[in-house]
Write a protein that binds this ligand. Structure first.
Ligand code: SAH
Length: 236
């Protein structure tokens, strides 16, 4: 079965958006994955086609109705795990992206307003996923980011096989710095070793740089990397 992202939104015109361009757009045109969009408003039952209502308990804003969201979820493709994009969720990271990309795809519920009535999240057992510790005005940009990250890992999507193994987070390290021509720019020369043609030395330099950057910038990743190396993982 083709890897499928099914997005539920009240703003279907936001899709495919960035997913229609470049790597993801080309891959979809080649049939390597598929995007389907469900318009939540199409599942409203009253004559105003309302998808939201005022919150019980008072307070500002509106809440998305459980009956309408539930009908949209019920009409989603069978066999796809369903997620709700939400700032309260587990923060999306590369490990989660790898797991999702290895599965059949996903149904992604995008909230708007103050969010979605809790009962439909509970009843459907939706897992909440967050793009980061900040608040968006809707789940759509988070859904686009998540699908983009998954699609580039699908078999055949990235040109050079194996390029995903080396990049940031592949083994809890940030990626080493990159350089291209000209060899000297604005008085700054490219690190000598990279022009040496000595592949073992280049590999060692890149790993040392990846380790230095991770140690300096991301102690959380660095500690995990060191612990893994100590427990018999890759030697540092
Ligand atoms: N009142 C909510 C925020 C609602 S923002 C709160 O304080 O938690 C409206 C919608 O944007 C949410 O329903 C969710 O779908 C989406 N959203 C906001 N921030 C997000 C984030 N960091 N990651 C994923 N989705 C997010």
């Amino acid at each position: 079965m083709t890897w499928t992202a099914h997005v539920l939104t009240i703003l279907p015109e936001m899709f495919p958006g960035p997913l229609g361009h470049s790597l993801a757009g080309r891959a979809e045109a080649l049939g390597m994955w598929r995007l389907t969009v469900g318009d939540i408003r199409g599942f409203a039952t009253d004559r105003h086609r309302s998808v939201d209502d005022t919150p019980f308990g008072g307070g500002p804003g509106m809440v998305m109705r459980p009956d309408v969201v539930d009908a949209a979820l019920a009409a989603s493709p069978a066999g796809l795990p369903a997620y709700y994009l939400s700032p309260r969720g587990r923060t999306i990271d590369q490990a989660l992206v790898r797991d999702l990309a290895a599965g059949p795809g996903c149904t992604l519920l995008c909230g708007r307003f103050e969010g979605v009535d809790q009962r439909v999240l509970d009843a459907r057992g939706l897992t909440e996923l967050s793009l980061g510790d900040f608040v968006l005005s809707g789940g759509e940009p988070a859904a686009i980011a998540l699908v983009d990250a998954c699609v580039r890992l699908l078999p055949g999507v990235m040109g050079e096989a194996g390029s995903a193994d080396e990049e940031s987070f592949a083994d809890d390290l940030l990626e080493y710095p990159h350089y291209t021509r000209p060899a000297v720019w604005a008085g700054r020369a490219v690190p000598e070793v990279l022009a040496s043609g000595h592949h073992a030395k280049i590999r060692a330099w890149r790993r040392a740089e990846a380790e230095r950057l991770t140690r300096e910038r991301r102690p959380d990743l660095w500690n995990r990397y060191v612990a893994r190396a100590a427990s018999g993982g890759r030697a540092i």
